[in-house]
Design a protein around this ligand. Structure first.
Ligand SMILES: Nc1ncnc2c1ncn2[C@@H]1O[C@H](COP(=O)(O)OP(=O)(O)OP(=O)(O)O)[C@@H](O)[C@H]1O
Ligand SMILES: [Mg+2]
Length: 278
């Protein structure tokens, strides 16, 4: 099966960036339908630029972005690509447009010209999926950050995209809101098979990803499963990033002479390891 998303020698330079300064520098990548891809990397490493290249908000300076076989550089196909890739950004307040939750979720499908009986059905489904179906008639601005972000996600999934691209959706949320959002996104991926590209600064959020890409200066510096990535604690620190707290703890225990595995990123696994120590 051909990959849902293909990046070929993808490069992007903003106006004013110097000759050797690329925001995104020669990325080659294939993302399959149903995958959960996490993207991390310190400030300015090119994550948001990549997100915007994916749905054609930005067009490649060099190379190509293909979604479902269609290229973002082809104006006739861009409209379809925008429908296939739903975007969720950092600030939920910038994404909510209506005065009532259900109207907000209906906004996207309305713009796509979906018939109103079908919209009703989609809005109901979408709000159930993000567990906001008890807030149908509420005012979005009175919700918590996590609730607002889940409404924003519902608005995107009501358009029935093939892929969800989330650029730091939890950056402005408190810990409760953060876990509500990551649990919702994981559920949509696992149960609805929605391909997910999840950009974050929080390593604890991505321990269940299929693949993690670590960005550095517009390039993919590391890629692999969470186990493969988080076992390289020193390398991650070199890239000015953190590992999940529990991995850090296991790493420190190991450094202090306790014989423990390195690829630990869940509490259960650490407990198991400690209990099996002789
Ligand atoms: N509109 C712009 N004009 C010029 N340069 C830009 C613009 N937006 C981003 N850049 C530059 O492009 C590079 C990549 O930026 P980008 O926003 O993609 O990084 P990021 O990984 O998303 O960072 P953050 O973690 O802070 O969100 C940086 O060097 C940044 O300064
Ligand atoms: Mg960014």
């Amino acid at each position: 099966m051909e990959p849902l998303i293909e990046l070929k020698n993808l490069c992007y330079k903003y106006e004013g960036q110097s000759k050797e300064d690329w925001a995104v520098n020669n990325i080659n990548l294939e993302i399959n339908s149903g995958e959960f891809i996490a993207i991390v990397g310190h400030n300015g490493s090119g994550k948001s630029t990549l997100a915007k290249l994916l749905n054609g908000l930005l067009l490649p300076t060099k190379g190509e972005v293909r979604v479902g076989g269609k290229s973002t550089a082809n104006e006739d196909e861009l409209w379809q690509i925008r429908q296939q890739l739903g975007m969720v950004f950092q600030n939920p307040d910038n994404q909510l447009v209506a005065n009532i939750v259900e109207e907000d979720v209906a906004f996207g499908p309305e713009n796509l010209g979906v018939p109103s009986s079908e919209i009703k059905k989609r809005v109901k489904e979408a709000l159930e999926l993000v567990r906001m179906d008890n807030f149908t008639r509420h005012a979005p601005h009175k919700l918590s950050g996590g609730q607002k972000q889940r409404v924003a996600i519902a608005g995107v999934i009501a358009m029935r995209p093939d892929c969800l691209v989330l650029d730091e959706p939890t950056a402005m949320l408190d810990p409760v809101g953060r876990s509500e959002v990551i649990e919702t996104v994981e559920k949509l991926n696992r149960e609805e098979g929605l391909t997910t590209i999840y950009i974050t600064h929080f390593m604890d959020e991505i321990i269940n990803a299929d693949r993690i890409l670590v960005f550095e200066a517009g390039e993919v510096a590391l890629s692999g499963t969470p186990a493969e990535i988080f076992s390289q604690v020193d390398k991650i620190k070199e890239l000015a990033l953190e590992v999940p707290q529990i991995t850090e703890l296991a790493y420190e225990l190991k450094k202090s002479g306790i014989d423990i595995a390195e690829d630990i990123f869940s509490i259960d696994r650490l407990v198991e390891e400690i209990c099996s120590l002789k």
